[in-house]
Design a protein around this ligand. Structure first.
Ligand SMILES: [Fe+2]
Length: 288
C-alpha cells in the first residue's frame, strides 16, 4: 500500500539507471506503491503507478540526473540535490549499480554516515585495528539549505581509494541533502586540492526494504573502471550485511531510543532533522 506519509511522498527518488531504460516496462516499487518505468513511443522516460485492477495512473514527474531516473509520487518542495562536481569534465563518472537491502533506507543513510564501523566491517580497506577511534568532528543542520552536514571528519584508512595501497588519515565531509540521499566528499589522494564526490541514491521500496545505487565523480585518471567498481561494490556488500542485521529494522527517532556515543553526532543530527520534518516512512513510528 502506498504510504500516507506526505513528507516522504513529496520528494524525488532515483528509481532506475537512465541508460537501462527501454520500451519494455519494468515494474518496481516506491514507498509501498507499485510503479513501472519505460521509454515512451517518443523515446522519453515514462513512470506511472500501477493501480489496483492493473490500470495505469497518469504520468508521474520525471527527471534524469547523475545517470539515474528520478520520480516523485507527490509534489516535491525541493529540487534534486545539486552536485557541482558532476559538471567538471575531467572527472570519472562511476555509477556502481543497484544493491537491494532488507532494511529501512534511513538505516542505510545512517550507516553511510557512521565512521566507527570502518575497522570492523571494512577491515583493512576503510579501517583497521588498532586505529578504531573516531576523531572529533562537527555536525550540524544547515537551516539555509535544509541539509545535514558533518565536517572536519578524519579517519585512519589502510587503503583510502582504489589508487592507494598504503594507509593514511583520510579527510571526509558528509552531506545529507534529503532524507534518502547521502553524500561523501573525500580529499582526493592523487590531487589533494580537490574532492572526490560520492552520492548514494536510495529508493525506499517498503518501510523495511530499499535499493540503493552509489554514484561516484572521481578525480582518478589511472584506475580501470572495473577496479573502481570492484572497490565500491566490495564495501557496499559488507554494509548490506550490517544494515540488514540492525534491530529494530526501522529507524527510531525518539531521543535515547538507542544509546549514542561521541562518534554518533552526525547520526543524532540526522535523526533530529528527520523528526523535525515529521517523516514517518522507514521509522519505528511507521509510514502507513
Ligand atoms: Fe560501511
Amino acid at each position: 500500500m502506498k504510504t500516507t506519509d506526505q513528507v516522504a511522498l513529496d520528494d524525488w527518488y532515483a528509481i532506475a539507471t537512465a541508460s537501462e531504460l527501454t520500451s519494455r516496462p519494468v515494474r518496481t516499487r516506491l514507498l509501498g506503491q507499485d510503479i513501472e518505468y519505460m521509454l515512451s513511443e517518443g523515446g522519453s522516460p515514462l513512470v506511472r503507478e500501477i493501480l489496483a485492477d492493473d490500470r495505469r495512473g497518469p504520468a508521474l514527474p520525471v527527471k534524469e540526473r547523475y545517470g539515474c531516473l528520478f520520480t516523485s509520487l507527490g509534489a516535491p518542495k525541493k529540487d534534486i540535490v545539486h552536485i557541482e562536481e558532476a559538471e567538471e569534465d575531467d572527472r570519472r563518472f562511476v555509477p556502481c549499480g543497484w544493491v537491494t537491502m532488507r532494511a529501512s533506507g534511513l538505516r542505510v543513510v545512517e550507516n553511510f554516515l557512521d565512521m566507527a564501523h570502518f575497522p570492523f566491517v571494512h577491515t583493512d580497506i576503510l579501517g583497521s585495528e588498532p586505529h578504531t577511534e573516531v576523531p572529533g568532528y562537527q555536525s550540524e543542520i544547515r537551516r539555509d539549505v535544509d541539509e545535514v552536514w558533518a565536517t572536519n571528519c578524519t579517519f585512519f584508512q589502510p587503503r583510502i581509494a582504489a589508487t592507494e595501497d598504503k594507509g593514511d588519515f583520510v579527510h571526509l565531509t558528509y552531506r545529507v541533502p534529503s532524507p534518502f540521499v547521502v553524500m561523501l566528499y573525500r580529499v582526493c589522494p592523487t590531487s589533494p586540492n580537490r574532492l572526490d564526490a560520492i552520492a548514494l541514491f536510495i529508493q525506499p521500496m517498503e518501510e523495511g526494504l530499499c535499493r540503493a545505487q552509489p554514484v561516484m565523480y572521481l578525480v582518478d585518471q589511472t584506475s580501470t573502471h572495473k577496479s573502481l567498481l570492484n572497490f565500491e561494490q566490495v564495501i557496499f556488500l559488507q554494509d548490506r550485511i550490517i544494515v540488514e542485521n540492525q534491530r529494530p529494522l526501522l529507524l527510531p527517532l525518539e531521543p535515547r531510543a538507542e544509546i549514542p556515543t561521541r562518534a554518533d553526532s552526525s547520526s543524532i543530527a540526522y535523526r533530529r532533522w528527520l523528526k523535525e520534518k515529521g517523516i514517518r516512512f522507514g521509522t519505528t513510528a511507521g509510514g502507513h
